[in-house]
Ligand binder design. Structure first.
Ligand code: UGA
Length: 437
């Protein structure tokens, strides 16, 4: 099929490249000229495993091209996927849907033949209904322009895998013709057994935010348990392992630590709380405020623990931080707990040196006043304390012997609860985790 993808961030770029790889003809629309030029050369402007090969293959085959023109997009495609971002508004908890609105209005004016527009962006419930009205009003083809809402559940670090092998396809429609077109489009995935849920717009929109709200709740639940573990001498990793064996609970997303960050979970739960308020159901969503608060408290707790571990005064303390990305296998530092903690320590007078295998460059752009090192060991030179805040596998490889004669004081804090604390202790280090014995 001939499709277009509006907005080529990590969601749109991955969708565009993966769909071209499946054999579709794809035109990507990206208004940022630098990003567009890089993508057209087959270069991925973000770090996302395997996306570079996929993009290079798709661009090289001639099946994936890029533009900044809505008229070209409308002329090219029979299916248009809207993948633009919905960040948190600067002055409120609400999502900023201006990019979605701009994409729909920009495209609609040029839609002069039967076509299907598919929203994939994460939006406040009710947006699809409004966008359907926009299309009906603005598109010259009027009622022949259909809308479907088809949320995306890909995880950064696994974006290619999740796009090629989604665990479900959710289709929100008002018209069975739209359902049929999307079923045809995803036929290879559906034939391979991917479950399909066909529903209304509002449910499709809610599925996405409800998924992220549930994941965030799981993380804050175990982080709250970590605090209780600390007060009682219990161990949160043993606790998570044990409750996780119950298949109704499950072990995944029960890793206690410095908390969740990134461009999705934090802003999605806040936008959900805000939207619930607009809908008059804020009481039902109050718990999500607590989920957010528990998450924020984890970051603050790490700062307090670091202060205690350097003897009660951060001013002048030298602190090495392992990790800047919000999670491993990403260079994304949006709302990153590791960088938030680093920034706070720095503001309190500590000398902070950060090392991240992929995110030093993106981190430096947001936090230029921190120092950056080129390796985990280099970051630790003369350090009074080492903080492990993003669980890249290479940090698990560092041994106490590697840091002998490097650090000023052998003190380590594991903010992701994945290091072998006993091994460090037996080498004479003072070590702490969150909610760990
Ligand atoms: C999340 C969802 O997992 C995806 O399903 C969704 O499509 C995506 O948001 C989105 O809305 O676009 P992502 O932001 O890539 O994906 O990251 P996650 O893997 O969910 O991790 C989020 C944060 O939670 C990270 O900071 C991670 O370190 C933290 N986390 C995760 C924990 O602290 N503990 C855990 O047990 C798991």
């Amino acid at each position: 099929m001939r499709i277009t993808v509006l907005g080529c961030g990590y969601l749109g770029a991955t969708h565009a490249a993966a769909m071209a790889d499946l054999g579709h003809e794809v035109l990507g629309m990206e208004i940022d000229p630098d990003k567009r030029a890089a993508l057209a050369r087959g270069e991925v402007p973000i770090y996302e495993p395997h996306l570079d090969e996929l993009l290079a293959r798709s661009v090289g085959s001639g099946r994936l091209t890029f533009t900044d023109s809505y008229a070209e997009v409308a002329a090219f495609g029979d299916l248009h996927f809207v993948c633009v971002g919905t960040p948190q508004q600067a002055e409120s908890l609400a999502a900023d849907v201006s990019q979605v609105e701009a994409a729909f209005t920009g495209l609609a004016k040029h839609l002069d033949r039967p076509t299907l527009v598919v929203g994939k962006s994460t939006v406040p419930v009710g947006t699809a209904e409004r966008m359907a009205e926009q299309l009906a009003t603005l598109a010259p083809a009027g009622a022949d322009v259909l809308l479907a809402w088809n949320p995306e559940f890909l995880r950064e670090g696994f974006a290619v895998e999740d796009t090629q092998h989604p665990d479900r396809i959710v289709i929100g429609v008002q018209d069975s013709r739209a359902e049929k077109q999307l079923r045809d489009f995803y036929a290879s995935m559906i034939d391979a057994g991917t479950p399909v849920v066909v529903t209304d717009y509002a449910t499709a929109e809610l599925v996405k935010v409800a998924s992220n709200a549930f994941l965030a709740t799981k993380i804050s639940f175990i982080n709250a348990m970590a605090e209780v573990c600390e007060a009682t001498g219990a161990d949160v990793v043993d606790l998570a392992d044990s409750i996780g064996y119950d298949p109704r609970i499950g072990r995944r997303f029960l890793n206690a630590g410095v908390g969740f960050g990134g461009g999705c979970l934090p802003k999605d739960i806040r936008a959900f709380v805000h939207r619930a308020g607009e809908l008059g159901v804020e009481d039902a969503m109050t718990f999500l405020r607590h989920v957010d608060d528990v998450n924020q408290r984890q970051r603050e707790r790490v700062v307090h623990i670091a202060k205690a571990m350097v003897g009660g005064t951060l001013a002048g303390a030298r602190i090495a931080v392992w990790g800047a990305a919000f999670k491993p296998d990403s260079d994304d530092v949006r709302d990153s707990p590791a960088l938030w903690v680093s920034g706070q320590l720095h503001l309190s007078g500590a000398e902070v040196t950060v090392y991240d295998p992929r995110a030093n460059t993106t981190a430096r752009r947001s936090f230029p006043t921190l120092a950056y090192a080129d390796s985990a060991v280099e970051a630790c030179h003369d350090a009074d304390l080492v903080l492990h805040l993003t669980e890249w596998p290479e940090f698990r490889e560092v041994t106490p012997a590697d840091l002998e004669g490097v650090v000023a004081r052998p003190a380590l804090f594991d903010g992701r609860n994945v290091l072998d604390l006993d091994a460090w202790r037996s080498a004479g280090w003072t070590v702490r985790g969150l909610g760990r014995r």
